[in-house]
Design a protein around this ligand. Structure first.
Ligand code: AMP
Ligand code: GLY
Length: 421
């Protein structure tokens, strides 16, 4: 099958890497891609938000499956345009992608489906905002209703900061604070059948010890040695299947990747947010462990045939990914710096550790930084401790002026795992 992947991040590099290892994938294209994806897929220029342009590119390439990576094209209706051209597409319709595109809509779906989540108010006026902030008290959780590239959520003890963010948002969701560890669980669905993947944990804050500002994600690992083995079954029954059923009942079936961001609270599992696409950087570690060929799985979602697919196969290995980010990320990142050491990783650390590119581009023979998150260095091992060691060994070979990365990705989980062994 000929596959076209839309997007240009480390998530898309991970998707392309796995697709390139699927014997059923005979040709792999990516648009717009990045310097690393160019090693496994043929790159094309396209405005990823322009459905007609993406559909025309797919038709021109003879693509038999289009995989839309990021949320913005999905929310803009790119999957609808591809399907309208008669090409199977992995990714939800514009209507179903509102699950990520509007937090108020997601809350409404969860209420309809009986899915456990934080109690919340949707506010549009200063009076409603003050009432909601008063009702919940500190810590305050204030969420922009719309897509905000990871910058829409403020969690703070400072009521003035909470109010200022709420007023700046226009339409805003104010909700109860959820405590407890966070888990990302992805499921592939065709609108009816739901196939959960393995849980992962993401590190959202910029600095070690969960300090500093929120980011798109600075690292991830899987499996979660501390999590209840029944977690996936429980989330399937209480969250994933009811949400998919509710969207189908509303006449807007959701097909593609349903991402549940969960808090494991003392009172049980609660949904923090839904996303309508693979998460970045969790995808890097989840796909590192998936043994079932990815192309067939995504095609089954796109063609409504997931019920016929045999159970997924998983490796017993653990996976860790560490994000290397530009100077000043998540503020305005500095770009155009040369990335060195990539060949050393390929020579010294492969196949257990490898570099997935995010914001990179080629400049002559050099690879230079072109975004906030530049690389996602991924490794597998017999346990988290080994995967972690390999990931950081590879990170230490990368040279990028002014770059930053967290040094504590999966540290605590690896220690928990050691204590259990
Ligand atoms: P989001 O941009 O929706 O992924 O949210 C960013 C982060 O804000 C989440 O990963 C949580 O760490 C935090 N957060 C969101 N909602 C809540 C909540 N209700 N209680 C506590 N933390 C939250
Ligand atoms: N890792 C968080 C996200 O993809 O939204």
């Amino acid at each position: 099958m000929k596959v076209l992947v839309i997007g240009s991040g480390a998530r898309e590099h991970a998707l392309c890497r796995s697709l390139s290892l699927d014997p059923a994938v005979t040709a792999l294209h990516c648009a717009p891609g990045n310097a690393g994806i160019a090693d496994v897929a043929e790159l094309h220029q396209v405005d990823a938000l322009d459905g007609a342009a993406v559909a025309a590119l797919a038709a021109g390439l003879g693509a038999e499956l289009v995989v839309v990576g990021p949320e913005a094209p999905l929310v803009a209706g790119v999957a609808d345009a591809v399907r309208a051209a008669g090409i199977p597409c992995f990714g939800p319709s514009k209507e179903a992608a509102r699950l990520e595109g509007s937090k108020a809509f997601a809350k409404d779906v969860m209420a309809g489906a009986g899915v456990p989540t934080a109690r919340s108010y949707v506010c549009t006026t200063p009076a409603e905002i003050d009432e909601a902030l008063d009702a919940f008290g500190a810590p305050y959780v204030v969420k922009d209703d719309g897509l905000a590239a990871g910058k829409g959520v403020v969690v703070t003890d400072d009521v003035e900061q909470a109010r200022a963010h709420a007023l700046a948002c226009g339409r805003v969701v104010i909700e109860e604070f959820l405590d407890g560890p966070e888990v990302s669980l992805f499921a592939v669905t065709d609108g009816e059948t739901v196939v959960p993947l393995r849980p992962a944990q993401d590190f959202k804050r910029a600095l070690d010890g969960d300090e500093g500002p929120n980011t798109g994600g600075m690292g991830a690992y899987s499996p979660l040695p501390w999590a209840d083995p029944k977690l996936v079954d429980e989330v399937m029954t209480s969250v994933l299947q009811p949400t998919v059923d509710e969207l189908r009942r509303r006449g807007t079936p959701f097909s593609g990747l349903l991402y549940a961001g969960l808090a494991i609270t003392s009172r049980g599992v609660r949904v923090i947010e839904f996303n309508a696409r693979f998460g970045d950087p969790e995808t890097q570690v989840v796909l590192a462990r998936l043994e079932t060929p990815l192309g067939g799985l995504l095609m089954a979602s796109a063609t409504g045939t997931l019920a016929d697919l045999p159970p997924l196969r998983w490796s017993d290995e653990a996976a860790v990914t560490v994000v290397v980010a530009s100077h000043n990320y998540p503020g305005t990142p500095r770009t155009g710096d040369t990335v060195e050491g990539l060949a050393d990783v390929a020579a010294e650390d492969a196949p257990h550790a490898y570099v997935l590119h995010a914001g990179t581009r080629r400049e002559g023979d050099a690879v230079v930084s072109a975004g906030g998150r530049v690389l996602s260095v991924t490794a597998t091992g017999t346990d988290l401790a080994q995967a972690r060691e390999r990931a950081y060994a590879a990170v230490s070979r990368i040279r990028l002026d002014g770059s930053q990365h967290r040094t504590d990705i999966a540290e605590k989980a690896a220690a928990d795992e050691g204590a259990q062994a």
